[in-house]
Design a protein around this ligand. Structure first.
Ligand SMILES: Nc1ncnc2c1ncn2[C@@H]1O[C@H](COP(=O)(O)OP(=O)(O)OP(=O)(O)O)[C@@H](O)[C@H]1O
Length: 316
């Protein structure tokens, strides 16, 4: 019986959003949003400013009600009155603390605000987040990375199974992002914590997440596992020659589609052209238009994000 209930527990998704709509007045902010996050995943929730990330997070935290649709965490319906559920969920919007108090003192205040009687919770979370060497330091003397650690420690003081982070990496330098990645990886791998982290920066989010969901216009438009992201990046052949009009004519005659790049090259837009650069090289040589440059260019992460949400670079 116990084994069965344990199995049921671990097979239930950590987070389940099911056909959620949210309207503010006449404006539809979330439009049939559905997604699932498994236990122990670090799920990156990516979208431009205004895409609906914070609205989604507020609904997960029962701070807002959906107009329709359902939200579940750890198999339980999200409900403001479900205190058992809230004892298993941690939330961090922004790392704030008392600058003149030490790490331990700040965490002890967080413990009392959570109504936790067990004083050992402070030491446990210090251990979990690797803050032992800094526990006696005043918060204002911590490095940026350790300030983030302290913020996470506050959100984790009650040992939650799910950690929800709203834009914690925006504005961090590369070292700060690496710090967050190590912390989240440690929490997910060694402590089985599920992390839901929002950002508008794919580059940064890709470094900390195991999977990413892209929200645009209140809809989930794409989900991609980080180990599959590389395969999803578009590859294009970019070519140039001494006589560009003549080269373009050859391309047209052989069914290639193309566009000019801002830096004066010709980018082939056929889906599979980049699989065989040698075919193009051979053709151009045969037709007396030898390329002065021919290379395969892989789209960058920002390009992938903008393509996925149907926008071109430069439009924000
Ligand atoms: N209480 C509200 N009343 C009306 N509109 C709202 C309200 N809260 C949010 N919105 C609108 O809903 C849309 C989504 O906002 P939300 O804060 O969820 O976006 P976001 O993806 O978190 O963006 P950001 O990265 O800027 O925080 C925005 O257009 C916002 O102006």
């Amino acid at each position: 019986m116990r084994i069965l209930s344990e199995r049921k527990k671990s097979s239930t998704p950590a987070i389940q959003i099911d056909g959620v709509h949210k309207k503010f007045g006449d404006y539809t902010i979330l439009n049939n949003l559905s997604l699932e996050v498994s236990r122990g995943e670090i799920f990156g929730f990516l979208g431009l400013n205004g895409a609906g990330k914070t609205t989604t997070i507020k609904m997960l935290l029962a701070m807002l009600k959906p107009t329709s649709g359902k939200l579940y965490m750890l198999g339980e319906k999200v409900d403001a009155g479900n205190s058992t559920l809230w004892s298993k969920v941690g939330y961090l919007e922004e790392a704030t603390f008392y600058p003149d108090l030490t790490v331990t003192e700040n965490l002890d205040i967080a413990r009392r605000m959570q109504g936790l009687a067990d004083k050992d919770a402070v030491h446990q979370v210090i251990y979990k987040l690797g803050l032992e060497p800094h526990q006696k330091k005043k918060a204002k003397h911590l490095s940026l990375g350790n300030k983030q650690r302290l913020g996470l420690a506050k959100a984790m003081i009650h040992n939650p199974e799910i950690l929800i982070l709203d834009e914690p990496i925006n504005g961090l330098d590369p070292a700060g992002v690496a710090e967050i990645r190590n912390m989240l990886y440690n929490l997910a791998t060694n402590f089985g914590v599920t992390v839901f982290i929002s950002s508008h920066l794919l580059e940064e989010l890709s470094k900390v997440s195991t999977r990413i969901g892209i929200i645009h216009g209140g809809r989930l438009v794409q989900e991609v596992a980080m180990d599959k992201l590389e395969q999803s990046l578009q590859k294009n052949l970019v070519v140039n020659g001494l006589n560009k009009p003549a080269l373009k004519k050859v391309l047209e005659e052989h069914g290639y589609t193309f566009e000019d790049t801002p830096d004066g090259y010709i980018k082939l837009t056929n889906e599979h052209a980049a699989d065989h650069p040698e075919r193009l090289a051979e053709l151009l040589v045969q037709r007396n238009q030898p390329p002065t440059s021919l290379r395969v260019v892989t789209e960058d992460l920002e390009g992938y994000f903008l393509r996925t949400i149907g926008m071109t670079r430069g439009i924000k």
